[in-house]
Ligand binder design. Structure first.
Ligand SMILES: Cc1cc2nc3c(=O)[nH]c(=O)nc-3n(C[C@H](O)[C@H](O)[C@H](O)COP(=O)(O)O)c2cc1C
Length: 213
């Protein structure tokens, strides 16, 4: 499986695109911080935000993010300090978007945070919206797919879906930060998870020292 962080810059001048989907689980900050970290690493970032995620973002953060893809891209570029064109956003039923097809989708997709609803849809191949379809494409093309679920406690349904997805090659990376780095701020907990995601993508970062450093 190709690593998102290993390639040369593509013709856009950015590192290869990574798809980031933010769904309606608690922990919107993980997804927003992941976008910032990918931008800082020079990657193009293709973003989808579910309707429920917009509500969670409104509830949990002070980010003011419009729903329409073009406006959303402008707002995310502004808040992350991205270069023009570095962030592209796609709408819920934008079936002609490159992420909807194996011929156009990036080599890596992260669903962060991932609601149990989207987890279930991905595990069963529902493909009822562009996030679910893009994840389905990632699975069928054997690309890197990382899901960051946040729910507690977990039911047998959640656990079975996670096991099935792991067996299909996806990475289940629960939003469960450790405490051994002695976090002082919420941002330290967020960075713990984002660092783990970047490790999975093979992208260099300085968010946290690696174990043993
Ligand atoms: C403030 C808020 C917090 C939520 N937290 C979670 C959560 O932590 N985990 C989860 O699976 N769903 C959570 N939900 C419920 C999901 O948003 C809901 O199931 C939704 O249908 C998910 O849709 P999506 O997967 O298309 O984003 C939350 C909803 C709201 C409004």
């Amino acid at each position: 499986m190709a690593e998102a962080g290993s390639g040369p810059r593509d013709k856009s001048g950015f590192q290869p695109p990574v798809t980031v989907a933010i769904t309606g689980a608690s922990g919107a900050q993980y997804g927003l911080r992941l976008i910032e970290a990918l931008v800082a690493a020079g990657h193009e970032v293709w973003v989808m935000i579910s309707k429920a995620a917009h509500l969670v973002i409104e509830t949990e953060t002070d980010a003011d993010l419009p729903a329409r893809p073009e406006r959303l891209a402008r707002a995310l570029i502004e808040r992350s300090g991205a270069a023009p064109g570095q962030i592209r956003c796609f709408g819920r039923e934008e079936w002609m978007a490159p992420v909807a097809s194996g011929s156009g989708a990036p080599s890596a997709m992260v669903i962060c945070p991932c609601s149990t609803g989207t987890l279930s849809a991905v595990a069963t191949g529902a493909s009822n919206n562009l996030i679910e379809r893009a994840a389905d494409v990632a699975l069928k093309e054997r690309r890197r797919l990382i899901l960051v679920p946040r729910e507690t406690p977990l039911s047998a349904i959640h656990l079975e879906h996670m096991l099935n997805l792991t067996r299909m090659g996806a990475v289940i990376l629960p939003a469960a930060p450790g405490f051994y780095h002695k976090p002082e701020r919420v941002e330290d907990l967020v960075d713990f998870i984002v660092a783990r995601i970047l490790n999975q993508l093979g992208i260099e970062h300085r968010l946290l020292p690696r174990w043993g450093e």
